[in-house]
Write a protein that binds this ligand. Sequence first.
Ligand code: ZN
Length: 322
Amino acid sequence: MPGQFRASAQLTIGMEHNVDLHWIEYETIDDGTIALITLNRPRQRNAQSRGLLVELDEAFSAANADDNVRVVVLRGAGTSFSAGHDLGSREHLAEKLPGPSQHPTYQQFGGTRSGVERMWGQERHFYLEKTKQWREIQKVTIASVQGPVYAAGLMLMWACDLIVADSTATFADVVGTRLGMCGVEYFAHPWELGFRRAKDLLLTGDSLSVDEAYRIGMVSRVFEPDQLVDSTIAYARRIAELPSVASTLIKNQVNEAQDAQGFNQALSSAFMLHQLNHAHWQMLSGGEVTVQTEQFGGRARAEQPPIVPTSKSQVRADDPVA
Ligand code: ZN
């Protein structure tokens, strides 16, 4: 790793607030001017458990509070930046279900309520509001991305100001084709992908290659896989050299333009449709599930459609013409 860095298993925020880190690594390099936040569940392809998300919020808060930090790099250990929300690992079930290992936040933010109110409260806080807050921290943020980035993996990446990726990166939101859902909780798709492309990708579940993502402007730089770490840091250093007043105001200026287009209003409306979609599956299943499953008309996991790159999923010439 170039530059001097200090890795931390404990994060100090303010004067007295110490946080133990299990799922995240937090380091600073270059005399503290660049913060590196690493999602560190490589065996689960950095699937986002509650514990990971809470620690990630602490790491963003620490970087935001630290006046030495000018640029924040968010990256994932292993072969994938983040494969989305953790829906079923043993660790996730332990933190979610009642018992000694339950994460305390499942008893907060609507977690003790019932019906629509419970899911609304939990998802609003942890998926919508937190992602919006990370977008708005007063540092320039760079997502450094490799491997398949699916569904909620996109949310984390999109919360950052800049996205750099290597040639192994692919991007897809498969919640429509696999879970009977209209999108993830932070519905930035139309801005990130373009309005018509957003519909295409959500309705087909197909994936974008890194080259396509670069072409449509979602990805800012493409690096070779063995150079992703060093090239990301070199890129971060260029930005850290700007006067912080300029870099911060550039960020805010562009975000304000997006907000003036109705970004936040659209996020709120989409979140309500997302909750309506969950309520649909809860009603049909008598409260048993919150997304479509095989029992309620979905496809078995083995029969789910493959995630195909858009460039390889063209309609064949010999397909019957209606
Ligand atoms: Zn949801």
